[in-house]
Write a protein that binds this ligand. Sequence first.
Ligand SMILES: *Cc1c(COP(=O)(O)O)cnc(C)c1O
Length: 476
Amino acid sequence: MIDKIAALEKIARQLEPDDTTRQELTKQVIDHTSDFLSVLDHEQAFFQNTEPENRDTLSEEPESMDQLLQFLRNQVEKDGINAASGGHMGYVPGGGLYPSALGDYLAAVSNKYAGIYFPAPGAARMENMLISWMNELMGFPPTATGNLTSGGSISNLIAVVTAREAKEVKAKDFDKLVVYLSDQAHHSLQKALRIAGLGEAQLRYLPIDDELRVDISSLAQTIKADKSKGLIPFFINASLGTTNTGTIDPIGEMSEIARKYQIWFHVDAAYGGFFQMLPEIRKRTTGIEHADSVTLDPHKSLFLPFGTGAVLIKDLTSLYKAHRYTADYLQDLVDSDSEVNAADVSPELTKHFRGLRMWLPLKLFGLKPFRAALEEKLLLAQYFRNQLQQIEGFEVGPPPDLSITMFRYVPTDGDANAFNEKLIKSIQDDGRIFLSSTSIHGKFWIRVAIVVFRTHKSKIDLLLDIIQEKVQELSS
Ligand SMILES: *Cc1c(COP(=O)(O)O)cnc(C)c1O
């Protein structure tokens, strides 16, 4: 057995490269990323092509880092949307700050266990500090808490199950619950309700006004009518920046109604949340401090790489009720009096130490450039809309609340929807800028989501040129 162990050890030790090899591997990766970033501004934002050369498989034998990086470049990085590009203005992008990559690297090397305070007090403190900062941005009290999640969908799920526990609803009443939202709310909310077992809850789609904002004039009436029918008004969702158009719902008025009727009030700020760093936006979201829960996505308006969301919850007790568990094998953990364990407030136990990828850029750059970048994006959205509005034939969406805006070309004859379907296709085929489209009440719109920190005025000017070029091509 001793010989066998020795033989196995020899092979197993290949998992730990020596100092020189490790430095060489690291250098190869750094060179690769430097190459990627140095040409990024001129690269396509979208590229459809590569059929896989041959099927990738695993084998017993090692391959060289060179080969693997080449594979990555050709088979993964090139293909599809270039989400790091300043030309990515589709869906809701973010870009991916470089120091976040370094944060991930540091987190992975030390592999701190950030789920619980006891094994990694510093990591728990760091993540809780970030959550406190976000709570302050929302005007939440210091007792509020939350969790760094993998994204907005999981954040919405945590909010929904916490609301379910807080309101002490029983399974027999699930079909009596009423959720109030607009048809512009993100579909992850409906998905969260279904995962939380509340798929039978009734969804009340609130009317929206011409600017696609929830029209609350009939909300109180609707709630009263629901109550008189024996239903249970349960959850009101407001969007701080809808995904379609970046619209801010009347958060203050909705929060008042929620409080009056004791309904859980959730603000989905997955896209718009960090615009709270701008005083002019904060003024428009007064009332958010009364929310019970808020969803944010640092991988959108804080420009982090994908995989970081956040949920803020005011009432720790309900959050615990929904998520806290203990196990025999965890009996010697010592709880902290002051720090919340991530594992007690989310479905995760072992988790990515994702706080480090958020902490590093915020500390390294300070908050000022984030605030500037956010304000720049707001102004770029207005600039784009103003410019396009002056060109004949274009219809633009409502003035943007944040940094998403939309437009369509209305041809002098022929079907406008069909024309814009062709237009988005030709913009995507061109690929220098990536845009995506949406339909609002039967009208086909092309969206421009200016969220990547690398998107500056030159890209918007390029986009304006591309759009006119494509319209001309399609019209002739
Ligand atoms: C993106 C988005 C979500 C979902 O977040 P993921 O990070 O993609 O899971 C939820 N709500 C809104 C408003 C969003 O924009």
